[in-house]
Design a protein around this ligand. Structure first.
Ligand SMILES: NC(=O)c1ccc[n+]([C@@H]2O[C@H](COP(=O)([O-])OP(=O)(O)OC[C@H]3O[C@@H](n4cnc5c(N)ncnc54)[C@H](O)[C@@H]3O)[C@@H](O)[C@H]2O)c1
Length: 274
């Protein structure tokens, strides 16, 4: 019998809070939540109160959380995910990163750091399906990867690119292609799609070669991601129709479930999927 894996969560919003609850409910004995950190201390405090009836899980600084944890789970923001992972890996802690967009162009640096400090980086598939097959296809040769993201026009409100192009979201009745370009450009113009484009690029052929199309559709209320991969070993097509996380309409519920699934792989005896 191993000691329970000590877990610290950085970012106590929709995914972090759901995951903290899951650790308490589903992984008792195998994992122990030891620390919570959020730049909004009240959020960490409120979550700790719900879980253990006091604020004993709240860390005053990120370094304090890292010192207590075997595994640091980042569920905060793309602005800080790289530095959080960097700090955790440097202290030989394993790290799971949800804000994958924040490490997109620097993940090799993290891989080198993990190797040096004998630690691991976990990047959940997040809001898309097909990462397992893409990982396998990469062992052959991938020729092309195309991501098509379809969302309700209202999801694009406030996006600067839409304003600059003079697109009137409220007048879209059917479907309209808003953007077509590389994952690197998509991440720049549509930061809310950053994680899906990032994990797909990292798993596949990189952000310059990965093609992205973004479509506004008045016919859907879901966040839909279609992926088409052409490779020497065959073609794969996936379509994921996500419901939204009840605590954050910008986050797909599947992204949270995917982090639970990764945790299950880490803690369980059998690793399923490529
Ligand atoms: N991989 C994926 O497919 C996927 C899907 C959805 C969301 N995400 C990403 O996961 C992250 C969490 O999503 P969410 O829905 O829980 O967001 P959220 O906004 O509900 O919660 C984020 C929390 O992080 C805290 N935070 C922000 N900056 C911080 C910092 N520097 N240090 C500590 N805490 C900080 C905020 O105060 C907030 O409580 C986001 O970056 C989001 O983009 C990834």
């Amino acid at each position: 019998m191993h000691n329970p894996l000590k877990i610290g969560i950085v970012g106590c919003g929709a995914i972090g809070s759901s995951l903290a609850n899951a650790i308490f409910r589903q992984f008792r004995g195998k994992a122990r939540l030891v620390s919570l950190f959020d730049i909004d201390r009240q959020k960490a405090g409120a979550l700790s109160e719900v879980l253990v009836k006091d604020d004993s899980l709240v860390a005053s600084r990120l370094s304090a959380l890292i010192n207590k944890s075997d595994l640091v789970i980042e569920t905060s923001s793309a602005k800080c995910s790289f530095s959080i992972a960097q700090e955790a890996l440097k202290k030989s802690r394993d790290c799971m990163v949800l804000s994958v967009g924040g490490i997109l162009n620097k993940y090799r640096q993290l891989a080198v750091l993990a190797e040096k400090h004998n630690s691991k980086i976990y990047l959940p598939s997040g809001a898309i399906s097909g990462i397992d097959a893409i990982k396998a296809l990469k062992c052959s040769k991938i020729k092309e990867v195309v991501l098509t993201t379809i969302k309700n026009p209202a999801s694009f409100r406030g996006v600067k690119y839409i304003k600059d192009k003079g697109i009137k979201l409220e007048s879209i009745r059917g479907e309209r292609i808003l953007f077509s370009g590389s994952a690197n450009e998509a991440v720049k113009y549509f930061p809310q799609n950053i994680n899906v484009a990032a994990i797909l690029s990292i798993a596949g052929i990189g952000p310059e070669k990965t093609k992205v199309r973004i479509i506004a559709s008045a016919k859907t209320k879901r966040n839909i991601h279609q992926i088409k991969v052409y490779s020497e070993a065959g073609i794969i097509t996936t379509r994921t129709e996500n419901i939204l996380h009840p605590d954050n309409p910008k986050t797909s519920y599947l992204a949270y479930l995917s982090s639970v699934a990764v945790l299950r792989q880490i803690l369980g005896p059998v690793k399923v999927g490529s």
